[in-house]
Design a protein around this ligand. Structure first.
Ligand code: PMM
Length: 284
């Protein structure tokens, strides 16, 4: 079954899932930590992802890898604001990956068009008012706790139903803060307070999240459940930068499922996979 076509007001509209390319301006993200920690390298990488076909460029200054400690606000601002300003000035549609209202406000002032809040407003509830006041788009991810303790919060009765119900509460909070319904998207938050089995169940039953009647983004790129799936004969997980082929397979599955968007590090292969699915679906 394929999800209905949905869009987010104020973001690019195309006849296929959008591709969000990731730029982590951090020394310690698990997927690309340290590679784009400096402003110039991060800007260059964002421009390169755009050239390769990314519809949105997601800029993050806080690593959410399991066990990560948080940067202070000033440090997070220093990391992301100059990169967002430069990419927005170059014409890119930029999202900011932050849980902090101060960072969201500065990012939107610098030209970001979407706040990607992995905590769905739980970490800093005033972020919802910041988004509402500025009329920007909002992506609420399913989240239960900060990264240092999130893997202590993996108890679910039924992971898909529980994620759906907890996301509904976050959407209700966003609406109550004044964010317009047509500017909200949701994300099941693969790997955040979830085991590998939970991630696979969510990917298999994405259609059940459509009870929320909102655009769905999926972020599976380079995550540890892929490292586990691709482990060698001694059980050693596949290194992070060697997981992109499996990531493309997941982009293909997500596109066939009919998601609104995927969040990936290796943009070109996902763009190609989505073109294949879109052409295949058109059937003529
Ligand atoms: N995953 C990470 C960070 N931000 N945002 C959304 N909306 N969805 C995700 O799945 C997500 C995210 C962690 O991965 P990274 O270190 O590759 O950025």
């Amino acid at each position: 079954m394929s999800l209905p076509v949905r869009h987010v007001a104020g973001l690019p509209v195309v006849d296929r899932p959008l591709v969000m390319g990731v730029v982590n301006v951090t020394p310690d993200s698990f997927s690309d930590g340290g590679r784009f920690a400096h402003t110039d390298a991060a800007i260059a990488h964002g421009l390169e992802l755009r050239r390769r076909g990314a519809d949105l460029i997601d800029i993050g200054g806080e690593s959410t890898r399991p066990g990560a400690t948080r940067p202070v606000v000033a440090e997070e601002l220093n990391r992301v604001v100059p990169v967002i300003a430069a990419l927005a000035a170059a014409g890119a549609a930029v999202s900011v990956d932050t849980m902090r209202s101060e960072v969201a406000a500065a990012a939107l002032d610098a030209g970001a068009v979407l706040v990607n809040d992995v905590s769905g407003g739980l970490a800093d509830p005033s972020i919802l008012r910041v988004v509402a006041d500025r009329g920007s788009a909002y992506l609420a991810m399913h989240w239960r706790a900060h990264s240092d303790v999130m893997q202590q919060h993996t108890a679910y009765a039924d992971v898909v139903a529980d994620v759906r119900d907890e996301l509904r509460q976050r959407v209700d909070a966003a609406l109550a803060a004044g964010i317009d319904l047509d500017k909200i998207a949701v994300d099941p938050g693969l790997g955040f307070a979830k085991t590998a089995d939970h991630n696979w169940q969510l990917l298999q039953r994405l259609d059940e999240l459509d009870a929320l009647e909102l655009p769905i983004l999926v972020g599976s790129s380079r995550k540890s459940f892929l490292g586990t799936l691709l482990a060698d004969s001694e059980g050693k997980p596949r290194p992070v930068l060697d997981r992109d082929d499996a990531g493309v397979a997941l982009t293909t599955i997500a596109a066939i499922s009919g998601v609104w968007a995927v969040r990936v590090h290796e943009v070109r292969a996902s763009v190609d996979a989505i073109k294949v699915v879109t052409r295949w679906r058109s059937g003529h």
